[in-house]
Design a protein around this ligand. Structure first.
Ligand code: 5AD
Ligand code: SF4
Length: 464
């Protein structure tokens, strides 16, 4: 969601004549897009503001804006910070050009957030207008785009801030989504990812008929130029589940990939989290997915250290991960979010060291599974959509370069060589990361790669 919001802001400001600065020191305006899901993310924003305070000392006219969920959550409190000139919630993003222009001209602080976040508001219309004309963006990965299918969430998992900062669930009209994707395809987009906090709950009433995500997948599949379609995030629920998976099995463009967070393997904890399923039910859903779409890659999210989580509860999470055999998992340490049900009613009673230990342990269990799954690709050919240069695109000719035979650092300094062909990174339809050598101009194109080596998170290979 946040990447998409950043893209929308960038695109709106570029259309208004602004350009991206090289760095903060050279910028007239600095906008920070924020996330409130975990406390850590908010702390990072606050320390970033501390850094901007220093820059502002020598550049008092620089405008600093905080956008997104943290802006909506903290509102006026955030504006009290001397460094901050603009506080703009997710629903006010359509006003960003106006807010920035005004702040540059008038040296006044502005607060733009939603007063009653749980009420359906007229702001949705402005958001829809901004989003539906969004047709390309150069801050994203070439040939890929995110398209929102739904906004907000009505689920109120007890730990989660999202319903309080993103408002009620609203599905966008299919016609608008399709028009937008057609334009994106016309601009060279090949992979489109449909977004929603519970994207599998997508529903839209149109002339007496309710269209669900499966219907949307059929409609997007018809769009010429779009070659791969993904959707995230799925909530473990029966509603539309079979229909969506059958569409995945049926439609060649829909990637065999499902991101479906379990959060915990303990029924006691799942109940306290207000997740409406048991661990057994969750595993049944996974099995069903594998029945309908053989070979489907599934990824998950887990939280460790939720209030009341005992070693036994954590053991049940480990068991679930072992049975589910995810492609990969994201593991988070629980942090209490102000105003949520868990924050109000439950004590954050699992010590930080225990959260840390469980986090490491769970990741280690998953790493072994990912490693086993990755090894199955050895010697196989995969189709990859190239994202661009890998982080290690410039490599050294020998692993010893920079260190002398007797361990002395800095010798021999001249051995750093550039590869004739840089290292590229891309992903398979099932979202496996693939690293291989190839020309940079392949970014945004499909490539065929033979896998020669694997690690738990990455496949390495040679272009064929
Ligand atoms: N603390 C830690 N992790 C959280 N998540 C959501 N809320 C919290 C919280 N309060 C995690 C969930 C979710 C992912 C996006 O973030 O695992 O799936
Ligand atoms: Fe948060 Fe639950 Fe909604 Fe996901 S489904 S955004 S975890 S409230």
């Amino acid at each position: 969601m946040n990447k998409l919001d950043t893209a929308l802001v960038t695109s709106a400001l570029k259309k208004a004549g602004f350009g991206l600065a090289e760095n903060e020191k050279g910028a007239d305006v600095v906008l920070i897009n924020t996330c409130s899901v975990r406390e850590h993310a908010e702390q990072r924003v606050l320390s970033h503001l501390g850094h901007l305070k220093h820059i502002k000392k020598s550049k008092p006219n620089m405008v600093v804006g905080v956008i997104g969920c943290m802006a909506q959550r903290l509102g006026a409190e955030l504006l009290k910070d001397k460094t901050v000139d603009i506080v703009c919630g997710p629903a006010q993003i359509p006003q960003i050009t106006e807010l920035v222009t005004k702040a540059l001209q008038e040296n006044k602080k502005t607060l733009a957030i939603t007063g009653k976040i749980r009420q359906k508001s007229a702001e949705n219309k402005a958001l829809e207008e901004l989003e539906s004309v969004f047709d390309s963006d150069d801050s994203q990965v070439p040939a890929q785009a995110y398209v929102r299918a739904m906004r907000g969430c009505n689920n109120f998992c007890s730990y989660c801030i999202v319903p309080y900062v993103r408002g009620p669930e609203v599905s966008r009209p299919p016609a608008v989504i399709i028009e937008q994707i057609k334009r994106l395809a016309g601009n060279g987009v090949k992979l489109v990812t449909l977004l929603g906090q519970m994207v599998n709950a997508y529903k839209y009433n149109s002339s007496g008929k309710t269209l669900c995500l499966a219907d949307l997948l059929y409609m997007v599949s018809e769009i010429e130029g779009i070659e791969w379609i993904r959707f995230v995030t799925s909530y473990p629920a029966e509603e539309y589940y079979e229909q969506i998976l059958k569409a995945m099995a049926d439609l060649p463009k829909v990637c065999h990939y499902l991101h479906m967070p379990a959060q915990s393997g303990s029924d006691k904890i799942l109940k306290a989290m207000n997740r409406n399923y048991t661990a057994g039910k969750y595993l049944e859903l996974i099995e069903k997915a594998r029945d309908i779409v053989p070979g489907i890659a599934i990824s998950g999210d887990f939280m460790v250290g939720f209030p009341g989580e005992t070693e036994e509860d954590f053991g049940e999470t480990i068991s679930l991960v072992q049975i589910a055999r995810y492609k990969n998992c994201f593991v988070f340490k629980y942090s209490s979010r102000p105003g949520t049900a868990a924050d109000k009613r439950l004590q954050d009673d699992v010590p930080e060291e225990v959260k840390k230990r469980r986090n490491i342990e769970l990741l280690a269990v998953q790493e072994k599974i990912s490693d086993e799954l990755a090894k199955q690709f050895l010697g196989k050919e995969v189709k990859v959509l190239v994202e661009g240069l890998s982080k290690k695109a410039v490599s050294t000719s020998s692993p010893q370069a920079g260190v002398s035979p007797c361990g002395e650092k800095g010798y021999p300094p001249s051995l750093k060589l550039r590869r004739t062909s840089p290292q590229l990174v891309g992903r398979t339809a099932e979202d496996w990361i693939v690293v291989f050598d190839g020309p940079a101009k392949l970014a945004g194109e499909f490539a065929k790669v033979k896998i020669t080596r694997t690690s738990p998170l990455t496949l390495f290979g040679e272009m064929i």
